[in-house]
Structure formats: structure tokens, C-alpha cells
Design a protein around this ligand. Structure first.
Ligand code: GUN
Ligand code: FE
Length: 480
């Protein structure tokens, strides 16, 4: 019987996010993944000598058992709540620009190239694979404005088996002549066509469409009203857009919408601000906008690498969290220079430290996050469960629990022949004795999050299927 018919049981250390302020480290955990890719059961602490008994109790002695090596652990897959697939070929270029010039000088010219479907197919195959191998198991993708290229993106994502939201940009004004939609009706027709094409992709399908008004500057009011109508008529559709990223952008938006009381109010008036909305950046919000975003139940994608790189500002994530707003992380390539959520974690930590240095807040009082650096548990939460909440998937992904999908990373901090320790010493052999305990696992997690990279991500699983990672051989049998 193949593994996909029986599922797999994993035995070893796991790290399991629980809340904004806590995660579990379980050095001797059993996680049973069923044939459909869902977690059947978890036993949190199983000594080696009790293994066979526990498996027998669960009638699972014949299910393939994968025992993690010393120095390996399982972590829920990362959720990237905001990225631009067609900008990946641009990463690292155009560092000198701020947002609006960067869009016109660097970004739109690259996106326009995706009008060529052959180019789009070749580029997106490499891009999506790279994002998966970086540990992103769920991704919110912006495509370009092109229907055909964005369909190809969705097909490729589906072919790899990644969980994702894919949207084509709506942009019918304030864009270059060669890269703008000619009318509201064409933008809407292409959007509806993409939605139905994505929903007809072959099963198993983990890709969903998402409405993607690029940002208020590039959309006419008519276009946004019609997108709001589509969202209202279809309660399963998510919406993604940019908001309050750059001060020049905020000013221009308020000039374009003189009757709106704020940037957030622009989206709200057009029916685009609700529980299913993913707002990238949200750096420069006024207090009434923070309250409105919370009231509407929208989520924020915090994109710290991009925010530093484009000199957009430092998002007050602690303040948003203190107001109970859902927050996840976004790579925002190529505003951000890395497709990896590990980079987003590192930069989110630095962003919070910058704010804490500028305006430290004593830990007493109702404030819990503002004015402090974000602790490890919070950073991990943003990258996993927080992202899941922003996508409305908190009951399916983001942590390990029976009934949830097994979207996971098999992480290794071992050195090996090809890679004798990313840290100059083999973290496992030199620093820790076998078997791992909770304290070691905490250390491994912190070192991985702050200094690890794709080489440490040996396997990437989505819905129980092994779809990527450093050990993945796309031609081999390695799917479970
Ligand atoms: N605002 C509108 N479009 C974009 C984009 O492509 N990237 C970023 N960072 N901000 C935007
Ligand atoms: Fe963006």
C-alpha cells in the first residue's frame, strides 16, 4: 500500500503555536496524518519504549512511521499573507526608490512582461517552486493584471499542491499606458472569468481566487464599487489590497477621494473592508482607522522587509495587536527582497525593536505589545496562526491539532556532509546531547527563525503531501 493510502505517522520533536504569547515544544510527540492529509490524532509525550503500545492503541501499527533524526523538528508551514509572484524576477533591484517611483520605474515594466504567456509559464514555474521551498505552505499571491498569465499562475500553484489565494490585479487608472486595464467592464469580466477558472482547476485543489484591487490609487470608484458588489454576492471570496503604505500614497489617495474621511474609509465606502479583507502594510493609520479596521474585522499583512526597503515606515504592529486586529506576515516581494517568511520574521523583530527604542513603554498598564520588542512566541504566531487568521483559515491550518490539515515543515539544524553546520559549528552535535529536551528545542527554534534558511527546510508538506524542501526530489517517489 502506498503512503498516500494509509497516511503517515511522525515521531519526534514538534513546535506548536498556541496563541500570540505561547507555543508548545514537545520533544517526543506522535502526529498521525490520515490519507486525506488531515491530522487524525496527536500524542504529546511518548517515550521510545512506549511507542509500540501507543501505536497499537490507535490501531496504527501498520501505518508508515517517520522518526525524525536528532536535530530535526516539525513546525507548521509558514503563511505568506502578501506577495507578488510576478515581481520575484526583480528582487534586489531598484533599492533607491520609494513606493510610487518604484512602481513606475521597476515594478510595472516587469509585470507588463507577463503579457507574454510563455514567459509567464517559465517564470511562474520557477517562482512558485522557490516560494514553496522557502517554507511557505499557504500564500496570498498577486498576479499581474493579465487574465491568461494569472490563470497560468493558479494552474502552476495547483499543480505543485500549494495552498493559496491567487488574484489578478484590478487597475484601471493612474498606471502606465502599456500596463493598465482599458475599462471597468473588462477588468470585471476578466476577474469573474479568473474566479470561475480557478474554481474549475483539477482536484485536489487548494487554490482559491481572491479579489485584488491593487490599491485605491490605481482603481476608479466605479471599479471598486463593482468589486464590492462581487464580494457581497459571494461570501467565500477574500479581498486583498494595499493600504496606507507610504505617506505620499496616503496623500494622493485622499486627494483622489475627497469625500472619504480616511484611506480605510475609501475601502469601507466601496464595500471592500470586511472580515475577508487582507490589508497589506497599514503603516500610517490614524486612530479612527485602527478602530474601523478592528470593527470591520479585516486583517493586516505586516511586510517589514518591504517597509524598510522602500523606506515606507515602520508598522506599529504592537498597537494593532493591542487593538485585537488580526495580523500575519507578508514577504511583499519585490518591495521585500526575500520570498522567505523567515526574513519577514527577522525583520518584524527588528521593526518592533526600532519602535521600542524610539518609544519604550513600561510593561504595566493595558498595553501588551506596543512599545516592546515582539517575543519569539508572537513572531512565530504571526508567521503561522496569525497568517491563518488573516486568511480566514484558522480552523484548517497554522498549528497542529486533530482535524486540521497537515501543512508542515520538517526543519533540520543538523550539520551534514554538504552543509557542515550553518552556524559554524554543528548546533546539534557540538551543543546538545541526545535526546532533545524542551530547552534545546527552544534554542533550535530561535536559531532557525533568526539565522536559518532554505537549507534547513528539508521537507515541505501541504495537506499531508510532501511537495518541496531541500530533500524533495520532484522525480522521486517522495510524496506521502
Ligand atoms: N501598492 C500598489 N502596488 C504595490 C506593489 O506592487 N507593491 C507594494 N509594496 N505596494 C504597492
Ligand atoms: Fe505589495
Amino acid at each position: 500500500m502506498s503512503q498516500s493510502e494509509t497516511g503517515t505517522i511522525f515521531y519526534g520533536p514538534i513546535v506548536n503555536p498556541k496563541s500570540l504569547s505561547s507555543f508548545q515544544t514537545l520533544p517526543r510527540c506522535l502526529v498521525a496524518v490520515g490519507p486525506s492529509g488531515e491530522i487524525d490524532w496527536i500524542e504529546e509525550d511518548v517515550p521510545k519504549r512506549a511507542l509500540q503500545d501507543i501505536l497499537a492503541q490507535h490501531r496504527s501499527l501498520d501505518v508508515p512511521l517517520l522518526t525524525l533524526k536528532h536535530g530535526e523538528f516539525l513546525l507548521p508551514g509558514f503563511v505568506d499573507t502578501h506577495t507578488h509572484a510576478p515581481q520575484v524576477p526583480n528582487i534586489g533591484s531598484g533599492q533607491q526608490y520609494e513606493l510610487l517611483d518604484w512602481l513606475h520605474e521597476v515594478t510595472f515594466p516587469m509585470e507588463a512582461r507577463f503579457g507574454d504567456v510563455d514567459f509567464a509559464r517559465r517564470a511562474y514555474s520557477l517562482i512558485v517552486k522557490r516560494i514553496i521551498d522557502s517554507g511557505t505552505t499557504t500564500c496570498c499571491y498577486y498576479g499581474t493584471l493579465h487574465l491568461e498569465a494569472t490563470t497560468i499562475l493558479a494552474e502552476i500553484v495547483n499543480g505543485y499542491g500549494q495552498r493559496a489565494f491567487v488574484g489578478k490585479c484590478n487597475m484601471d487608472r493612474n498606471s502606465p499606458e502599456h500596463y493598465v486595464e482599458p475599462s471597468v467592464s473588462e477588468s470585471i469580466d476578466a476577474t469573474l472569468c479568473l474566479i470561475s477558472r480557478i474554481r474549475s482547476l483539477p482536484q485536489p485543489r487548494l487554490v482559491e481566487p481572491v479579489l485584488t484591487p491593487r490599491f485605491a490609487i490605481s482603481c476608479t470608484s466605479d471599479l471598486m464599487y463593482q468589486l464590492g458588489d462581487i464580494a457581497r454576492a459571494d461570501p467565500s471570496l477574500r479581498i486583498q489590497t494595499h493600504m496606507s503604505e507610504n505617506l505620499g500614497e496616503v496623500r494622493k489617495t485622499l486627494d483622489l477621494f475627497p469625500t472619504a474621511s480616511s484611506y480605510a474609509d475609501v475601502y469601507d465606502k466601496h464595500g471592500l473592508l470586511g472580515q475577508r479583507t487582507i490589508l497589506a502594510h497599514a503603516i500610517h493609520l490614524e486612530q479612527d482607522e485602527v478602530v474601523l479596521v478592528k470593527e470591520r474585522g479585516a486583517g493586516v499583512s505586516h511586510c517589514p522587509a518591504s517597509n524598510f526597503n522602500l523606506r515606507s515606515g515602520v508598522c506599529p504592529v504592537g498597537k494593532l495587536l493591542d487593538h485585537g486586529i488580526k495580523v500575519g506576515l507578508g514577504s511583499d516581494v519585490s518591495g521585500g527582497f526575500s520570498p522567505s517568511i523567515l526574513t519577514a520574521i527577522q525583520q518584524a523583530s527588528i521593526a518592533s525593536k526600532v519602535l521600542a527604542m524610539q518609544a519604550p513603554i513600561a510593561s504595566s498598564g493595558p498595553t501588551r505589545y506596543a512599545g516592546h520588542h515582539l517575543p519569539l512566541a508572537t513572531l512565530l504566531h504571526l508567521a503561522t496562526l496569525g497568517g491563518a487568521q488573516v486568511c480566514g483559515l484558522e480552523n484548517r491550518i497554522g498549528s497542529f491539532a486533530p482535524g486540521k490539515a497537515f501543512d508542515a515543515l520538517l526543519v533540520s539544524v543538523r550539520g551534514d556532509a554538504a552543509n557542515p553546520g550553518l552556524w559554524g559549528v554543528d548546533l546539534v552535535k557540538e551543543l546538545h546531547a541526545e535526546p532533545a529536551d524542551k530547552e534545546q528545542l527552544d534554542t533550535w527554534l530561535e536559531r532557525f527563525l533568526f539565522t536559518g534558511d532554505d537549507r534547513n527546510i528539508k521537507r515541505v508538506y501541504v495537506q499531508g503531501r510532501w511537495i518541496g524542501g531541500a530533500e524533495h526530489d520532484p522525480c522521486g517517489p517522495g510524496r506521502s
